[in-house]
Design a protein around this ligand. Structure first.
Ligand code: HEM
Length: 226
């Protein structure tokens, strides 16, 4: 960090205000002085950060979509048509949500491949790799439930097939599927479950996993290249 930046931090009024209350300054200075080694500047070391950027974009656009989306089999498609045609910039918000979701899915896999190829999953980062596997599954969960929500032909079939697959799991499959819906053919109950998963359960799970992921990265640092 340059002397000028150090001086700016020391003199910043709002940073001093925050520091008096939360003692944040040492942490900020430490973060800014954290060494970025030359090999970390390669583009493929940005894939994790880009995945996070997509998630933040999805949360912001998702909250706006929530305002207008109706999670019922009769109203879902109509509410989406309303978003596309009548809500100010609705088509853009939905478009950004759609493309950010596709990009997040692509980026999380690319990030995983980068971690694998650079051997960054090895001792002492095994637990972070395992957390990553759960992050990947959670992202896939978002992707699946997101495509169910429009309740068009594809959405209905995805819900129906997912429930059929769950029912095939020995012993626990049937009770689990019954928890989601008592109906044989996916309907309102199932749509409600997938909606609740998409907007409450999965975001909470992802948030907790990310917290763990980032604390571990901060403690262990980025792995040296092989
Ligand atoms: C929502 C999904 C994810 C986000 C937002 C995320 C974010 C990040 C970020 C920002 C880093 C710092 C270095 C970099 O960007 O490459 C990182 C490192 C790491 N990630 Fe992820 N990640 C995710 C999923 C995964 C997955 C699926 C795996 C593997 C199964 C994984 C395993 C790791 C490991 C082992 C490191 C340490 C790498 C090193 O030290 O070089 N992550 N992650």
């Amino acid at each position: 960090m340059s002397d000028e930046t150090r001086k700016k931090i020391a003199e910043s009024r709002w940073l001093n205000w925050l520091d008096k209350r939360f003692r944040l300054k040492d942490y900020i200075v430490e973060s800014m002085e954290h060494p970025v080694k030359p090999w970390m500047r390669k583009w493929y070391y940005c894939l994790g950060g880009l995945t996070l950027t997509m998630f933040i974009l999805l949360v912001i656009t998702g909250i706006i979509l929530l305002q207008h989306y109706e999670p019922t089999t009769a109203g879902a498609a109509e509410s989406l048509a309303f978003i596309m045609g009548d809500v100010w910039m609705g088509w853009l918000i939905r478009g950004i949500h759609h493309w950010a979701a596709n990009l997040m899915m692509f980026l999380v896999v690319a990030h995983m491949v980068r971690v694998f190829i650079t051997g960054a999953y090895k001792n002492p980062r095994e637990l972070n790799w395992i957390t990553g596997v759960f992050l990947l599954l959670t992202t896939a969960g978002f992707y699946l439930t997101g495509y169910i929500l429009p309740w068009d032909q594809r959405g209905f079939e995805l819900a129906q097939r997912t429930l059929e697959l769950v029912r095939k799991v020995p012993l626990v499959g049937n009770p689990l599927a019954y928890l989601v819906t008592s109906e044989k053919i996916a309907g309102d109950e199932a749509l409600h479950f997938f909606y609740m998963s998409h907007v409450i359960i999965l975001p909470l799970v992802l948030f907790i996993l990310l917290l763990f992921h980032f604390v571990m990265i901060r403690r262990q640092g980025i792995a040296d290249p092989l």
